[in-house]
Design a protein. Structure first.
Length: 96
């Protein structure tokens, strides 16, 4: 089966996310994850003007995905969690 055939083979809600993630990863050779996740973080940071809200959301969503998501999404979840915790640490030291 190819990646496009797997796109419509859905048995659970995480299969939808996993199948689209696999399609994007196969087309961009892994570059999708390393560009999309930081862009979402920095765009929300610029939109709100503060890093606290995006960092909190990223650490909560990343922690949840680390606990629940299948193995294929662990890299995305870890990247989100690292950006979230890093943003919170940045805020903590910036205020001092």
């Amino acid at each position: 089966m190819t990646v496009l055939d797997d796109l419509f083979n859905v048995t659970s809600p995480f299969d939808i996310v996993t199948n689209y993630y696999d399609l994007a990863e196969s087309v961009t050779n892994g570059l999708f994850t390393m560009t999309a996740i930081p862009l979402i973080f920095f765009a929300s940071w610029l939109l709100t003007g503060k890093v606290v809200l995006p960092a909190t959301l990223f650490s909560i969503i990343g922690g949840f995905l680390l606990a629940v998501a299948p193995f294929e999404l662990k890299k995305v979840a870890l990247l989100m969690f690292v950006f979230g915790v890093g943003g919170l640490i940045y805020t903590w030291f910036k205020d001092r």
